[in-house]
Ligand binder design. Structure first.
Ligand SMILES: C[S@@+](CC[C@H](N)C(=O)[O-])C[C@H]1O[C@@H](n2cnc3c(N)ncnc32)[C@H](O)[C@@H]1O
Length: 281
C-alpha cells in the first residue's frame, strides 16, 4: 500500500490527502510512480491523476507558474491545427500519445468542421485506453488503442486502426507533446516512418518541449519528469525543424505553440513548447 501524501488536489485547500482504494495500484496502472498522461491531466484541471503525478506536476508549477497555461496552449494548438486539416479536406486522424480525454479532443475539433471525420487515438499508458473507451463507447467514428510511437509499423498495420483509416488516402498524424518522451533516434525514426507510410497530401502535427524560451528555469522544470519511466528531452528549434525534413513545413514554421496561427488575442504567451505542421507533397 502506498503511504498517504501531502499533495494537494485542486480544492483541497492544503489538507493532507489519503489515497483512496481506487487509487492504489490494482490495475497495472503503476499508480506509485508519475506518468506523463496523468501529470498533464493535472495541469489541465483533470481528476485522473494519482499522488505521485500531483507531486511531479506541483514541482513544475513551483518552478514556473505558467506551466499549466503551457499545457492549455498546447491543447489549443492541437485544436487549431486539427481544424485546419479538416478545412483542407482531411477526414482521418491518428493521434499518437493522445493523453487522457479532455475538452476539445481531436474528434471534437475535427468533427466541428467535418462531422464525418474519423479518429484513432493511441497511447502507451493503459489509463488512456480505460478512460478513452469509456468516453467513446458509443462513438463509431473513433477508437482508442494501446500502442507505442516507437513501434509505428506494427501500429499502422493493426486491423482496429485500418478499420477507420485508409492509408492510401491523406491522413493527419498527430505527434503532439509526445516525441520528447523518446530518444532523438526514436523520434527521428518515428517521423520518418510516418512519412514513408502515409499518402501524399497527409499532414504531420507535432509539438516538443524546449529549454529555449526559459533557459534559466528549464533544467529545474525538466526534473518534473525524473521519476517517470521516460524522462524528457527538451529540444531546440533547429532540432524540432529536422523532424519536418521531407515534409513541406507550413507557415509560420516551427514556433512557440501560442504563435502557431493564433485565432485571436491570447492572454497567455508561454514559451515552453515548439510546434509545427508539415504536409507531404
Ligand atoms: C503530455 S501528453 C500529450 C497529450 C496530447 N497529445 C496533447 O498534446 O494534448 C503525452 C502523452 O504521450 C504518451 N506517451 C509517452 N510516451 C509514449 C510512447 N512511447 N508511445 C505512445 N504514447 C506515449 C503519454 O502516456 C501521454 O499520454
Amino acid at each position: 500500500m502506498l503511504p498517504p501524501t501531502a499533495t494537494r488536489w485542486p480544492g483541497d485547500e492544503g489538507k493532507h490527502v489519503q489515497q483512496s482504494a481506487n487509487e492504489r495500484d490494482m490495475t497495472g496502472l503503476q499508480a506509485d510512480r508519475p506518468h506523463p498522461a496523468r501529470i498533464y491531466d493535472y495541469w489541465l484541471g483533470g481528476k485522473d491523476n494519482f499522488p505521485p503525478d500531483r507531486v511531479a506536476a506541483e514541482h513544475a508549477i513551483s518552478v514556473s507558474a505558467d506551466i499549466p497555461a503551457a499545457a492549455r496552449e498546447n491543447r489549443a494548438f492541437l485544436q487549431r491545427a486539427v481544424r485546419m486539416c479538416a478545412q483542407q479536406g482531411i477526414r482521418q486522424f491518428i493521434d499518437i500519445g493522445a493523453g487522457l480525454p479532455s475538452p476539445g479532443n481531436v474528434h471534437e475539433a475535427a468533427q466541428s468542421v467535418a462531422p464525418d471525420s474519423r479518429v484513432v487515438y493511441v497511447d502507451n499508458d493503459p489509463i488512456v485506453l480505460t478512460h478513452g473507451r469509456a468516453l467513446l463507447a458509443d462513438n463509431r467514428s473513433t477508437t482508442v488503442l494501446t500502442g507505442d510511437v516507437r513501434e509505428l509499423d506494427e501500429l499502422l498495420d493493426r486491423p482496429e486502426l485500418r478499420a477507420l483509416v485508409d492509408l492510401s488516402q491523406p491522413v493527419a498524424v498527430l505527434l503532439v507533446a509526445v516525441l520528447h518522451f523518446v530518444t532523438d533516434d526514436e523520434a527521428r525514426e518515428a517521423v520518418e516512418k510516418v512519412r514513408s507510410r502515409v499518402a501524399p497530401g497527409s499532414y504531420l502535427l507535432l509539438s516538443n518541449s524546449t529549454h529555449e524560451g526559459n533557459p534559466e528555469r528549464a533544467a529545474a522544470a525538466a526534473k518534473t519528469w525524473d521519476k517517470t519511466a521516460s524522462g524528457i528531452r527538451l529540444r531546440d528549434r533547429a532540432h524540432v525543424e529536422t523532424f519536418f525534413e521531407g515534409w513541406e513545413l507550413l507557415e509560420p514554421g516551427v514556433t512557440f505553440v501560442p504563435l502557431w496561427r493564433p485565432e485571436g488575442p491570447t492572454d497567455q504567451s508561454t514559451r515552453w513548447m515548439y510546434a509545427g505542421v508539415g504536409r507531404k507533397a
